[in-house]
Design a protein. Structure first.
Length: 463
């Protein structure tokens, strides 16, 4: 699906490592030998990564309908925003009633797959892995001199190796390098259920255990029967409570729209749980809500602080209000620009909104300050001062807005590697500057002429 000249390297890691590797270094997605991870590095000048992901999601599902595919965050920024979770959205069902929680988690996954824009929906915990359960006849095992612990240890050594039970090392006397001493039954000798039943078990030769001869051997089939079943390959806990995670990502839709659908699903399925079990939504949704609220509060505080600072400088309440009157129209330009380019609100776009608001405020301050100083010097009317201020400050305002507009235009188009993340910022700034400049040059002088008809008093020195 990706052109060969755009692929830099492909590294695949299939299954679990065949050694005592510490799984704490991984992200927890590898839980069995049938799991795999494919890392694809694209060459410089490649196409859109999101477009390739969208195409691969469709093709992989069509060619391998029985497999589950999902894309993990590849860049550092997304990994930080996800708080280490390998997906954008994490719906957790946690509590004491594991069977009911699993049923609700599966219902959430099935409903979330029907939500427009939700992709890579899957239940992280594999709950139906096949297993053979060795049911030991304790009485017969005791008669033969075996205990449950001995049977489990012998099976563990045979299937997983002695290093899991009794780690041992051999140091090379020449190089001093320690090597793991690992004893295990070759896998090709355990390729059938009959071969597994013929696993030898070592009986201790203690007096009175019914054994005949030193260290006799018994077969597993003599004391145990195999039963087919299913089990969970990994268990997750949050605050010591069993937890099931439903992971999902977003495609061709904003995160807030998918969040509203998830909230509807959660409110529908939460009453089915028994107390104190609950459903919680984490991932980028949690960080988005927190960041948006903080940015909104910060923007309001900044506007109030700027207004109070201008009140101190102008020694009046009216002129600062005229300056801030251009900001609502700048916000209208920001919303219109994002709507035309089909760009959703995000942290970069809100940062661009703050930048455009700052430019609009600075241009309005220049115009209002000039009109005020001109009235103090000549004593002319507010209409004449507003017109002259607009004529005099026309070139500086247009030069400032034009330079910023042209400079951010390539970023807004989104050309180059990783430009999709910064395009929202530039588009918000372009919309805010375009409408905010027109508001500064047309609406602010009109509002100044309407509201400042009284005499202009010179600033007083209180020091």
């Amino acid at each position: 699906m990706i052109p060969r000249n755009e692929i830099g390297a492909i590294i695949d890691n299939i299954g679990l490592p065949a050694s005592n590797y510490n799984f704490a270094f991984g992200n927890g997605t590898f839980v069995a030998y049938y799991d795999g991870e494919v890392l694809v590095t694209l060459a410089p000048g490649h196409g859109s990564t999101f477009a390739y992901q969208k195409r691969l999601r469709t093709v992989l599902h069509q060619r391998f309908p029985d497999a589950t595919f999902y894309f993990e965050p590849a860049d550092m920024i997304t990994q930080i925003l996800d708080f280490g979770v390998p997906s954008q959205i994490d719906v957790q069902v946690s509590g004491r009633h594991a069977a009911l929680d699993l049923q609700v988690a599966r219902a959430i996954a099935s409903k979330l797959r029907l939500v427009r824009g939700a992709v890579d929906v899957h239940l992280q915990q594999i709950t139906n892995a096949p297993e053979f359960f060795a049911r030991v006849d304790r009485q017969r095992a005791s008669e033969l001199g075996l205990t449950e612990q001995q049977v489990a240890t012998d099976l563990n050594v045979s299937l997983a190796g002695s290093f899991q039970v009794n780690p041992n090392f051999w140091a090379d006397p020449q190089t001093g390098i320690p090597y793991q001493v690992w004893v295990q039954t070759p896998e090709y000798r355990n390729d059938s259920l009959q071969a597994l039943n013929n696993t030898p078990l070592l009986v201790s030769s203690s007096p009175g255990n019914g054994s005949t001869g030193p260290n006799p051997l018994q077969l597993l089939s003599n004391i145990a029967t195999m039963q087919r079943g299913s089990e969970e390959t990994v268990a997750n806990h949050v605050n010591t409570q069993p937890t099931y995670d439903v992971y999902a990502a977003v495609q061709d839709r904003d995160l807030g729209g998918v969040e509203s659908e998830i909230e509807r699903i959660v409110s529908e399925l939460q009453p089915q749980l028994q107390a104190p079990d609950r459903i919680s939504v984490k991932g980028q949704i949690q960080s988005k809500d927190l960041a948006f609220s903080h940015i909104g509060v910060g923007l309001i505080v900044a506007m109030v602080a700027v207004y109070l600072l201008m009140v101190l400088n102008y020694q009046t309440w009216g002129d600062p209000f005229v300056v801030l009157a251009a900001l609502p129209l700048a916000f209208c330009g920001i919303v219109a620009s994002l709507f035309i380019t089909q760009t959703s609100f995000s942290i970069p776009s809100l940062m661009g909104a703050i930048m455009s608001v700052g430019v609009a405020s600075a241009n309005s301050i220049l115009l209002v300050t000039f009109a005020r100083e001109h009235r103090e010097q000549t004593g002319c009317s507010a209409e004449e001062a507003a017109i002259l201020a607009g004529q005099t400050r026309l070139r500086p305002v247009l030069m400032t807005a034009g330079a910023m507009f042209v400079g951010l235009l390539p970023m807004a188009i989104g050309i180059g590697q990783g430009s999709e993340q910064n395009a929202a910022l530039a588009r918000a700034v372009l919309g805010g500057i375009s409408v905010g400049t027109c508001s500064t040059l047309l609406f602010v002088p009109f509002l100044y002429a309407m509201l400042r008809r009284g005499e202009a008093k010179p600033l007083e020195d209180y020091i």
